[in-house]
Write a protein that binds this ligand. Structure first.
Ligand SMILES: C[S@@+](CC[C@H](N)C(=O)[O-])C[C@H]1O[C@@H](n2cnc3c(N)ncnc32)[C@H](O)[C@@H]1O
Length: 282
């Protein structure tokens, strides 16, 4: 078995190491967190939540799962898997911070298995619906409900952190990565889903320039841009794409109605993968 669940977890209440005991994770101070029957653990204490049901809703998660399973973003998964597994040290560990329903980790672990590469894997998301869906589909990884703002992970225990279309919290990523470890961040480029945005918005805002500076504690290695075209047929798959993006909430009623009237659309995917290396501790 080359893929194993990551186990260097930290108590979300006091930061101490968590030990796996029977059907829970416990720390030395006696804080205990049950492992759900589906295999995930909720490490987001109620006092760290800003809302009752944070992160993506059940409907958004289901829409993203259907869209990604159809394979439209397979080139993005291929790019990220290759970048993550390149020059991987033996016994490496990887976190997907904001993993959604786990599509990219499933693609990554399948590629690592094919290549016979060992990898300990953790998927984390603030949405319990996302983590539940991920845990149901992938038994080899550790899955936790948690926040990037306070990762329930021991310091300097990870070789790779992925942040895909997510919410990076760089001081936390720097804390959990080993010196020399990599942060791989994927963000939408200026033309990403442009054709859909042209349907739903009267005018498109100019794209924001990416930050040229590396975050504190990191050195920028390089950026790689990926563009490709894909086609979606059917009102329901188009509605899924809209539901999984922020455009559903940003668009006004007329824009949403124009998108709902579509029966097919040709789209551009345009993403940027930025690689940052964790600097050695001073
Ligand atoms: C745009 S989705 C991307 C999901 C996944 N990375 C993908 O590309 O399929 C953003 C994800 O970040 C999660 N999220 C939002 N705030 C978060 C936080 N503070 N910590 C961890 N995850 C968060 C959401 O629940 C959602 O699943």
């Amino acid at each position: 078995m080359t893929i194993t669940p990551f186990s260097a977890l930290a108590c979300p209440l006091d930061g101490g190491p968590l030990l796996h005991k029977g059907s829970c994770w416990c720390c030395a101070a006696g804080h205990s967190f049950d492992i759900a029957s589906q295999g995930y653990t909720n490490l987001l204490p109620v006092q760290n939540k800003r809302s009752l049901d944070p992160g993506d809703s059940k409907e958004m998660v289901a829409a993203r799962r259907r869209f990604l399973t159809a394979g439209h973003y397979a080139p993005i998964a291929g790019l990220v898997s290759r970048a993550t597994l390149a020059d991987l040290p033996a016994g490496a560990a990887c976190l997907d911070a904001g993993c959604g329903e786990g599509y990219y980790l499933r693609q990554l672990t399948a590629t690592a298995s094919q290549r016979g590469q060992d990898l300990a894997v953790l998927g984390l998301d603030i949405s319990k619906w996302a983590v539940l869906a991920a845990a149901k589909q992938g038994k080899d990884c550790a899955w936790v409900v948690g926040s990037n703002a306070k990762l329930p992970v021991l310091p300097a225990t990870l070789d790779r952190v992925l942040c895909m279309f997510g919410f990076p919290v760089y001081p936390e990523f720097a804390r959990v990565l080993k010196p020399g470890g990599l942060l791989l961040q994927v963000d939408a480029g200026p033309d990403h889903l442009r054709e859909l945005r042209e349907v739903i918005y009267p005018t498109l805002k100019p794209a924001r320039e990416p930050d040229a500076q590396a975050p504190d504690g990191f050195t920028r290695l390089d950026d790689e841009c990926l563009r490709f075209h894909f086609h979606i047929a059917g009102a329901e798959p188009i509605a899924d794409l809209l539901t999984m993006t922020p455009h559903l909430y940003r668009a006004n009623a007329e824009g949403r109605a124009r998108a709902a009237a579509l029966t097919e659309i040709a789209l551009t995917a345009d993403v940027r993968l930025s690689r940052f290396v964790r600097s050695a501790a001073r």
